[in-house]
Write a protein that binds this ligand. Structure first.
Ligand code: IMP
Length: 422
């Protein structure tokens, strides 16, 4: 079966971009199936760091087709900026980038509504990236969204005006003006640019590839605990971030899916609000943030940091059907004398559970930890698994036993080359 899916198992920022980049050469196409410019997929190679927001992470390989699927919400302004940056760095994307005509368009008014919604939530703010993600997906489900294909129609301007009029009426009860005029010029010039790209029915493109025996890697964004159904609702993003989202977000049947790569950090982070049982609000958390350079790739916000959470990981592994794990940023733990892994939770009523309770209850659980000896080794110097210190091997074996899934990749640094296969 020729489609493999790559997903984040935590709250995003696991390092998915790096792994897509590493795995891409063994595929014929890389396809993004959900999310939008709220993502920031970081790839580092040849001494350069690249952050991709909506462009699939296979774009640096000219022989690989890169597809922005129908499940994505696309901001044309951000997209143009991303592509311009790639051009400036000598990357030719003109022949191997395709965009679904069914992807939804993020309008300036969606971004404005995102801000208004967030302000209206008072002290229950989601901590959204404010890129217009929620309002755009709301319009999609409400059947009033504009799709990329609409920009090819003669009445696009009218459709745009209708959509904005509706957004104005949504904002009115909040006594807010949308204030989008200053962004409309760049929006329409980005639409002009978008018209020049390869816009197509990517479900046909991908299924044609499959009938030719080609291999596709489906690239997820955000993480399983931000999934609209199974994440820590309402502190989630507005799309299906789990592997099942690859089918609806690309138009690929589940019968084509083989491997599911689950990406997790060796510890845990979260940006934005919501429950995070293993969060460390002390100097240990600060040390993780510093060692892991845990600041958002999109917003620059400091990420909340904590120990690895095995009940949450088990849940994500179950939902996604993960067949292999990739453990990221193991080197960040190099300096710790001892690390902790949360094996189960103690609920407010004193029960012990290995299952993830409802988000409200998750706020109240106490994590119970197993201590793991640190390895005091500079992992960034390691080039193969045989050089792993015993303590790291023990940690990996412990995780595999707890999670019942093999760890096939251990990442020991941001660069493409710092990727150890097991
Ligand atoms: P939104 O998707 O921008 O509406 O944000 C909803 C929640 O998901 C917020 O807590 C964000 O911080 C979080 N989020 C969205 N995208 C990402 C991502 O790519 N990485 C990590 N967190 C994200």
């Amino acid at each position: 079966m020729p489609v493999d899916v790559l997903v984040g198992l935590q709250w995003g920022d696991e390092g998915k971009g790096k792994i897509v980049d590493v795995l891409a050469p063994t595929y014929d196409a890389v396809a993004r199936f959900q999310g939008g410019p709220n993502a920031g997929h970081t790839l580092t190679f040849d001494g350069m760091k690249h952050v991709l927001r909506q462009v699939p992470s296979g774009i640096f390989h000219p022989h690989i087709l890169n597809v922005v699927g129908n499940g994505v919400v696309l901001d044309p302004v951000v997209f143009r900026e991303e592509l311009q940056k790639l051009t400036d760095r000598g990357v030719d994307w003109s022949k191997n980038l395709y965009i679904s005509k069914k992807a939804q368009l993020i309008l300036p008014s969606h971004r404005a509504l995102d801000r208004i919604n967030e302000e209206a939530r008072g002290n229950t703010k989601i901590g959204s990236t404010l890129k217009g993600i929620g309002p755009t997906y709301s319009d999609k489900i409400g059947r009033v969204g504009l799709r990329v294909g609409n920009i090819l129609l003669p009445d696009f301007q009218e459709r745009y005006k209708e959509a904005v009029a509706q957004h104005v009426s949504i904002a009115a009860p909040y006594n807010k003006k949308l204030e989008i005029e200053e962004f409309e010029e760049e929006f329409f010039s980005a639409i002009e640019f978008l018209r020049t790209l390869q816009l197509t029915d990517t479900e046909y493109l991908l299924n044609d590839l499959l009938s030719q025996g080609k291999r596709i890697l489906a690239e997820g964004a955000q993480g399983s605990l931000l999934d609209i159904d199974f994440g820590t609702y309402p502190y989630v993003t507005s799309s299906s971030t789990i592997s099942a989202g690859a089918c609806t977000g690309l138009g690929i049947s589940p019968r084509h899916i083989d491997k599911v790569y689950g990406i997790t950090k060796a510890y845990c982070t979260r940006v934005g609000s919501g429950p995070f049982p293993t969060e460390l609000e002390d100097e240990v958390g600060e040390e993780l943030r510093k060692a892991g350079r845990e600041f958002g790739a999109v917003t620059g916000r400091p990420r909340r940091c904590g120990w690895i959470d095995l009940p949450a990981l088990r849940y994500a592994i179950m939902l996604n059907g993960v067949t292999e794990l990739h453990l990221m940023k193991a080197d960040v733990l190099d300096g710790f004398a001892e690390i902790q892994a949360c094996t189960h939770y103690r609920t407010a009523t004193g029960e012990s559970t290995t299952r993830l309770p409802d988000p409200g209850e998750l706020q109240t659980v106490t994590p119970e930890y197993q201590a793991i000896p640190g390895w005091h080794t500079d992992l960034t110097q390691v080039t193969e698994a045989a050089q792993f210190p015993q303590e790291l091997s023990d940690y990996l074996n412990f995780l595999e036993k707890e999670l019942q899934v093999p760890i096939r990749i251990v990442s020991v640094g941001p660069d493409r080359v710092s990727t150890i296969l097991r």
